[in-house]
Ligand binder design. Structure first.
Ligand SMILES: Cc1cc2nc3c(=O)[nH]c(=O)nc-3n(C[C@H](O)[C@H](O)[C@H](O)COP(=O)(O)OP(=O)(O)OC[C@H]3O[C@@H](n4cnc5c(N)ncnc54)[C@H](O)[C@@H]3O)c2cc1C
Length: 295
């Protein structure tokens, strides 16, 4: 997103630190009244002289307390005053090390996974105008670049989780002896593992094909299709592999020390975030199958 759309000042000021991995970034998009329906955000950035002053409310913002920068998604034109709902949204780089005291209150939301998620109450946050990413009011279109890349990233993570579950459960099945034989010798244990392994191979092939589109970069629709479907398939297979591992571990899967239940909880998040599986299916229905839009 920044490489494609950020201007000279952002490049000179922040690129080196972000690119060399020394600094942590978070994305503040979701709001209490606007999750899946992201164009309905209400957080508003008003231009005052050479800066923007922001008031709003964000929720479930990962890592923000430990981040150096935040990409803030805010309206610069109210939803009611734009012709297309995707217009009037602007992206800002917020340097969290420089924000005025009291302009962002952060409250932790305790969740079932290890994501440090925060609710943000923003009032009087000042952002210099040179921290606008790309053009004012056009941020939603830039955001798609970020969201597609994020979907590939989640898919990669979920493929890794699926492999982790399969490898861990296979090892356990070789060593756990029940009725005088390793449970891995019973087909009731082998077949679910073999099934998720075979399905995962197909998901990996699809994902790797998509990466070629992402790297080549010109076929925007192709990238969107592969990003969405890869995220969907990889999350489904990781979730299935996690449940297979839980079954194979028997009662020991519930033991915190096995780490299987933790990984399963972490995997569950991606059924909902950063985009829910339903919304991916809606994308496929609307953008690939050309079915009438449901929203
Ligand atoms: C741990 C965690 C970390 C997060 N980190 C971040 C972050 O760093 N930055 C950020 O901006 N956000 C973050 N999020 C927010 C996340 O992206 C949203 O939760 C997600 O986009 C879904 O929005 P929602 O929770 O408001 O669900 P809703 O939009 O209220 O949806 C609820 C349910 O309704 C279904 N639904 C809604 N509309 C339709 C429809 N038209 N058709 C069919 N089904 C539909 C959805 O699929 C979902 O199952 C995080 C969330 C969590 C839980």
């Amino acid at each position: 997103l920044l490489v494609r759309h950020a201007g000279k000042v952002i490049r000179e000021k922040y690129f080196r630190e972000i690119a060399n991995g020394a600094k942590v970034l978070s994305l503040a998009l979701t709001e209490p009244e606007s999750g899946s329906d992201s164009t309905k955000i209400r957080t508003f950035a008003e231009k005052k002289g050479n800066k923007y002053v922001v008031k709003g409310h964000k929720i479930f913002i990962s890592r923000v307390k430990y981040s150096d920068f935040m990409i803030l998604v805010a309206r610069t034109k109210p939803y009611e005053k734009v012709e297309r709902k995707t217009e009037g949204i602007t992206l800002f780089v917020v340097d969290l090390r420089e924000v005025k005291e009291g302009s962002i209150e952060m409250r932790e939301i305790r969740t079932m996974s290890n994501t440090a998620a925060y609710e943000l109450f923003i009032d009087g946050l000042e952002i210099p105008e040179e921290n606008v990413i790309g053009e004012v009011d056009k941020g939603f279109y830039y955001l798609l670049d970020l969201l597609n890349a994020e979907r590939f990233m989640i898919a990669a993570e979920m493929i890794g989780n699926a492999e982790w579950f399969i490898n861990k459960a296979s090892e356990y099945a070789k060593n756990r002896v029940v009725f005088d034989k390793p449970i891995g010798s019973y087909q009731g244990v082998q077949f679910p593992l073999a099934k998720v392994y075979a399905e995962l191979e197909a998901v990996k092939a699809y994902f790797n094909e998509g990466l070629k589109y992402l790297e080549e970069g010109s076929d925007v629709k192709g990238i969107g299709n592969y990003a969405n479907i890869s995220k969907y398939l990889a999350t489904e297979i990781a979730w299935e592999a996690g449940n297979v591992a839980m079954d194979i571990y028997g009662g020991y899967g519930y033991a915190v020390d096995s780490n299987v239940e933790r990984k399963l909880r972490e995997t569950r998040l991606y059924k909902v975030a950063p985009v829910s599986q339903n919304l991916v299916l809606a994308y496929v229905a609307h953008h690939i199958l050309n079915l009438p839009r449901s929203y």
